[in-house]
Design a protein around this ligand. Structure first.
Ligand code: GRF
Length: 201
């Protein structure tokens, strides 16, 4: 399965995908990495593994739609069939999503529908939940609202800070995201409205 990965920052989820592919756990390849941030460490990681990666500057486009269409065009040119948002800190417009219907997934560091948006781990601690986690979902026009494919839970400890909780959740992200991509690559995922079914082996 030819992947496109959109990033904005550190790139640890990108690296988890790369490692899963290298270790033969994921029948996919990354055709292109695109970043909206010039200094994203994720770009360095891509270069390290000789994966084509580009910074696409939002300031070079007059509006969101034209930027998103530029991203979609690059991904199409690269032959991408599944777009993975791995720490991509922008909302994608319907214009982009129409190009990739049910072909865009996102990883979010909370058990959706709780705590969408930014600083999900801080939101969870401040709310006082005892269980937190991460969610992989299809992307729709809302913020972290698309059909849920898989979730993983972790405990919230009394002495957790947003950072310690984020670390515990991140370990699950690195496990879950490559696994979900594998399910999609193997054609085991079907979507009916909001409900996603994964055929087990
Ligand atoms: C992850 O926690 C992801 O769930 C969130 O942003 C973070 C990205 O981390 N959307 P990284 O860039 O993959 O290291």
């Amino acid at each position: 399965l030819p992947l496109g990965v959109l990033v904005s920052g550190r790139g640890s989820n990108l690296e988890a995908i790369i490692k899963a592919i290298e270790e033969g756990r994921l029948p996919a390849r990354i055709n292109l990495v695109l970043s909206n941030k010039k200094d994203a460490r994720a770009l360095d990681i891509a270069f390290q593994y000789s994966i084509p990666a580009e910074f696409v500057d939002p300031k070079a486009y007059p509006d969101r739609e034209s930027y998103d269409l530029a991203l979609a065009t690059r991904l199409k040119e690269a032959g991408v069939e599944l777009v993975v948002l791995a720490g991509f800190m922008r909302i994608l417009s319907p214009a982009f999503l129409e190009q990739f219907p049910l072909k865009v997934i996102n990883i979010h560091p909370a058990l959706l529908p709780a705590f969408p948006g930014v600083e999900a781990q801080r939101q969870a601690i401040e709310y006082g939940v005892k269980i937190a986690g991460c969610t992989v979902h299809f992307v729709d026009a809302g913020v972290d609202t698309g059909p849920i494919i898989a979730q993983a839970a972790v405990p919230v400890e009394d002495n957790d800070t947003p950072e310690t909780l984020a670390k515990r959740i991140l370990e699950q992200e690195h496990r879950l995201l490559p696994e979900v991509i594998r399910w999609i690559a193997e054609g085991r995922v079907t979507v009916k409205g909001r409900r996603v079914y994964v055929r087990r082996d």
